[in-house]
Design a protein around this ligand. Sequence first.
Ligand code: 5GP
Length: 226
Amino acid sequence: MLWTILSVLLAIAGLAFVAYRKVFPKKKKFTKTKLDAVVISGPAGVGKGTLIKKLMDSHPGKFGFSVSHTTRDPRPGEVDGVHYHFVTREKFESMIKNGEFLEHADVHGKMYGTSKAAVDKVRRSGAVCILEVDVKGAERLKSANFSCYFIFVRPPSFEVLRERMLKRGAESEDKIQTRLQTARQELDFIAEKGRTVYDKIMENDSLEVAYKSLEGALKLYGALTV
Ligand code: 5GP
């Protein structure tokens, strides 16, 4: 009799726990060893590069930037092998054929990709790998067997982004228009289903505030243990 009552109580407790977990799912927890990379996306001109640089400067040796391949031309001041590996479309296509990329995407008419070798190089150094990829690349990494913490940086508004891009003055008017079109698509994607890909969607209005938010999130997810 006692056993029957105990079994029924245990079964009820089990069912109650399952129901509780359904309503309050266990928070996704990354650990430093489990986390393969931190993925950062956001439209051109939103300040991703500045945030990444500040993160790396503030925590020397903790993070390593995965240098992507691209078929676009270098901008003044960009160094091959540092900012990107600048390659021809033929070379890029042969790398795709050889399965050298973890992900790759066409971003406003040019190819960009994260090679397995670039990520391995960072991970061998013991640092947490930072990947800067567009939303298509992030979606691909999401479905790959690769544990990442996904962050999207958005501007306070589309108008602010436009002003920032014009102020940067690094590109011609038609290139700016193409980038703005891509930015519009990315922001629409985020509004519609950003949460299905990104763990954190943050605004970059003030650099200091955005940086604190980024650093806080990385500490919380175990990518930063100081
Ligand atoms: P930019 O030409 O301004 O350096 O970069 C344009 C866009 O390409 C950025 O928004 C950036 O996120 C994306 N991007 C850079 N590297 C990669 C990559 O390896 N893979 C993918 N999918 N996108 C990338």
